[in-house]
Design a binder for this molecule. Structure first.
Ligand code: S3P
Length: 169
């Protein structure tokens, strides 16, 4: 079984994922890193040169390759839940842990970054709120467990997840 971290950009999926894997003696992979390795370029370049639909297709292809993975913590890109087929495949291989954060917190964490193409046009805070509003119902619907990371450290989030894993065994 795998633990799959889902949630918006900037909620800490990669950092929490890495620590959780180390803590539990599991392996770690980041779906976005697989995409960048497969394509040999950054996600921002993929968006820029080929557009979002192309990126979403690769994202789905990458999820397909995870079918036989076991004992992994898998960190996913924030838009992974946009396609039902992605969610279906992920649910078949693991439990979905949703990390959340308040829009202001996401903004503070991402305000200096330029590697989130979806937040590079117009006002960043407005984009964050708009995309979050559209996605929150989906995140909530598909998640098996959720943690608000707004006011806690990545380490504290890891401990919460570990407790939840123990309780649900
Ligand atoms: C995206 C989130 C990004 C990356 C891409 C699109 C999204 O990953 O997959 O920029 O649609 O929310 P992170 O959630 O790891 O930032």
């Amino acid at each position: 079984m795998n633990i799959i971290l889902i949630g918006f950009m900037g909620v800490g999926k990669s950092e929490v994922g890495r620590s959780l894997a180390a803590r539990q003696g599991m392996n770690f992979i980041d779906a976005d890193e697989i995409i960048e390795k497969t394509e040999g370029r950054k996600i921002s370049e993929i968006f820029e040169k080929n557009g979002e639909p192309y990126f979403r297709d690769i994202e789905t292809e990458v999820i397909k390759t995870l079918e036989d993975y076991d004992n992994f913590v898998i960190s996913t890109g924030g838009g992974i839940v946009l396609r039902e087929e992605n969610v279906k495949m992920l649910k078949e291989i693991g439990t979905l842990v949703l990390l959340t954060a308040e829009p202001e917190v996401v903004y503070q964490r991402l305000k200096e970054t330029s590697d989130r193409p979806l937040l590079m046009q117009g006002d960043k805070m407005e984009s964050i709120k708009k995309i979050l509003d559209a996605r929150n119902p989906i995140y909530e619907k598909v998640a098996d467990y959720k943690i608000d990371t707004s006011n806690i450290s990545p380490q504290a989030a890891v401990e919460e997840i570990v407790k939840w894993i123990k309780r649900s065994k």
